[in-house]
Design a protein around this ligand. Sequence first.
Ligand code: GRF
Length: 197
Amino acid sequence: MARKKLGVLISGRGSNMQALIDAARAPDYPAEVAIVISNVPGAAGLARAAEAGLPVITIDHRKFGKGADAKHLFEAALHQALEEAGAEIVCLAGFMRLLSGSFAGRWYGRMVNIHPSLLPAFKGLDVHAAMLAAGVKIAGCTVHYVSAEMDAGPIIGQAAVPVLAGDTAESLAARILAAEHQLYPECVRRVALGQAH
Ligand code: GRF
């Protein structure tokens, strides 16, 4: 079995990246992490990836300046690094840059994201506090293909997580994160096998 090569993009602690790395330790997992790229220098996830013996690269978006040109150059560098690593599937794992429609188009059907809500509800940032404020009783997480619109591409998989009395944004986030770590590798498995629709 040829394992699909994953390019994992991170900006922070990289716990979902770690879940993918751990899943890929199983010999029958149909994918392996080929490269980890952070747009944030010193992101904690970089050290975790390096510890796992994986190639890591930092592509600091701030080095490209500001504006549309800067985004284009940043994404060109990202694309080149992914291609050079032979990435076949791109996994956004807490990657905090909004990607352009043209980048999303280039990787469409081969780029996935994990988001800590049951999409299409609660897109964007600070969703845990937003869910508590809305009083939802069931929260969860979603893995979806990345499209030009944020948090809106076709859904691959979801897991439901209860909201408990007394939850804070932090306690809810921790409960959802544990579900994310199960869901992401499972969905990426299906994408790698061509079974994610
Ligand atoms: C996760 O909650 C993920 O759903 C969201 O960003 C967070 C990243 O956490 N997109 P980590 O870096 O994977 O620990």
